[in-house]
Design a protein around this ligand. Structure first.
Ligand code: ATP
Ligand code: MG
Length: 249
């Protein structure tokens, strides 16, 4: 289980999270909702240990152990994966090379000689085509000139191949067409069936209608303002974030 305990975070002088507590259990989907600027991505980045996100108070635990002292790559190796809202371009790094290197490292085969492990390569090709990504795209520089939808699909491809225990997806549905949203939902449900802990950050209940999250937490101004089940997401879709006030924390 991933546990976020009373987490207060600053970026420079700006307080972005205030006393946030929530758990993401294995085999469940925990949706995080909230308006623009409410701290959703900051929560994801803080879990990954991104530079600049200063934990003022609180803790983050994976399987009962604090991960706060770990570097980002160590958190990844422990099995936490973040599919970013807006992943950066990596000129000069082919997507297939990035995935192979990361997957080999994560799966404990760090030597570069094994980078061409045929089973990972095969799985990459099959998953890419299931996700609607062309094989040509795998050979391109990561996120250089990728369309919005291609970026989202390639983040999901990495989520599958790195075999994480905890999958955090930051707005995996943004910029996707209808078929793309259904595809994301299918993968998210599969992650849950495989027993992974899924944190799903999204603005809209549209995606949540396809996945039926086990828990929903709403952030506003860096604070948890409401908690509930899938019904909370549907109430927000209907009435806006004002509906969150009717739900107890
Ligand atoms: N590097 C930074 N310096 C100063 N403020 C920042 C920085 N990064 C984020 N913030 C601020 O922190 C707040 C929370 O941002 P965050 O990206 O976590 O919101 P969000 O809920 O993910 O929003 P969105 O739905 O638009 O993605 C915002 O007010 C944002 O401007
Ligand atoms: Mg965000």
């Amino acid at each position: 289980m991933l546990e976020v305990k009373n987490l207060t975070v600053k970026i420079g002088d700006k307080m972005v999270l205030r006393g946030v507590s929530l758990n993401v259990k294995y085999g469940t989907i925990h949706a995080i909702m909230g308006p623009n600027g409410s701290g959703k991505s900051s929560l994801a980045y803080t879990i990954m240990g991104r530079e600049g996100y200063e934990v003022v108070e609180g803790d983050i635990l994976l399987d009962g152990e604090s991960i706060l002292g770990l570097e980002t790559h160590e958190r990844t190796l422990k099995g936490i994966y973040l599919g970013m809202q807006d992943p950066p371009a990596l000129p000069g790094v082919r997507l297939s090379t990035l995935i192979l290197a990361a997957a080999n490292k994560r799966l404990g085969e760090a030597e570069l000689t094994k980078v061409k492990d045929p089973s990972i390569m095969r799985n990459m090709r099959t998953t890419a085509s299931e996700l609607g990504l062309s094989l040509e795209l795998l050979q391109r520089e990561t996120n250089v000139g990728f369309s919005g939808g291609e970026k989202k699909r390639s983040e999901l491809l990495q989520a599958v191949l790195l075999k994480p225990k905890v999958v955090i997806l930051d707005e995996p549905d943004s910029g996707l067409d209808v078929d793309g949203i259904k595809k994301v939902a299918e993968y998210v449900r599969r992650f849950r069936e495989e027993g992974k802990a899924v944190m799903l950050i999204t603005h809209y209940a549209r995606l949540l209608k396809h996945v039926a999250p086990d828990e929903v937490t709403v952030l506003i101004g860096g604070e948890v303002v409401a908690r509930g089940g899938a019904e909370l997401a549907y109430a927000i879709e209907e009435k806006g974030y004002a509906a969150a006030k009717e739900w107890r924390k």
